[in-house]
Design a protein. Structure first.
Length: 256
């Protein structure tokens, strides 16, 4: 699992002459740090990174709030058709975004949102998987705490955000991590919804950068890999430091 990342990093530090060698080297003969400078000079990598951050923060913030409210309703609410509606939401997990992107694209086009942050964020404002994980976490919490808070005058929003959310913090952290990774690595949707460098994200920008070397990809892998390292480094570090939270939440996410 680690070797592809290792190969990515060392390739990004090799010279073109070393890439042409008949036998691959497992350690750069000369560290070509200038490869990263060339990438930043060739494409607006900083702009791609800013767009990716805005997209990720917007999607995660919106999804978390929607998931918290929906999970509370499905876990602690009591209304007609609750379980059937929850099953319908879970069924949405099997529908890929490629199936629905055409009508969504037409709708966003009519709103004038194509090539804007709205098109990158709003369609991903709800996540069935996030709702499922948080619903499972809320179901494992005692309702006595809610009743006590309600008797003290707390409204539902206060109960959700000040009482239930802190008690379900391991799962919430896991959902945050998973959604940050998913949003950061998103490719298909930003590719469809953006068409200028000012709005492209890292995944699309690196792909476009690779396509700028038609027939010369092998001779430009050091630059392509350098751009890829810049794109994935934040996510790799995030996963390394937060993996224990993912394990805890997955262990508690059995269907009930």
């Amino acid at each position: 699992m680690v070797f592809p990342l290792y190969w990515l990093v060392i390739t990004s530090l090799k010279t073109p002459a070393e890439l042409k060698a008949a036998f691959p080297t497992f350690w750069p003969e000369t560290f070509a740090w200038s490869n990263y400078k060339v990438v930043f000079q060739s494409i607006p990598l900083a702009r791609y990174g800013l767009n990716t951050i805005i997209q990720t923060v917007g999607i995660v913030s919106l999804q978390m709030n929607v998931a918290l409210l929906a999970a509370y309703g499905f876990a602690k609410g009591n209304f007609w058709g609750r379980d059937k509606l929850f099953v319908a939401i879970i069924a949405a997990l099997i529908v890929p975004e490629q199936v629905v992107f055409v009508p969504v694209y037409v709708m966003l086009s009519k709103l004038g949102w194509i090539n804007t942050y709205w098109a990158l964020i709003i369609p991903h404002g709800a996540s069935a998987y996030s709702i499922f994980l948080l619903r499972q976490a809320f179901k494992s919490l005692s309702s006595d705490v809610m009743e006590a808070a309600s008797m003290d005058g707390a409204n539902r929003f206060r109960i959700i955000y000040r009482i239930l959310a802190p008690m379900a913090m391991p799962t919430i952290i896991t959902v945050l991590i998973l959604k940050v990774i998913s949003s950061w690595n998103s490719y298909f949707w930003p590719l469809i919804m953006t068409n200028t460098n000012n709005m492209r994200v890292l995944t699309v920008g690196i792909s476009m950068f690779k396509e700028s070397f038609p027939g010369m990809e092998m001779m430009s892998y050091h630059l392509i890999m350098a751009g890829s390292v810049c794109a994935i480094a934040p996510i790799v570090l995030l996963f390394v430091f937060a993996q224990k939270h993912i394990v805890v939440a997955m262990a508690n996410s059995t269907f009930k």
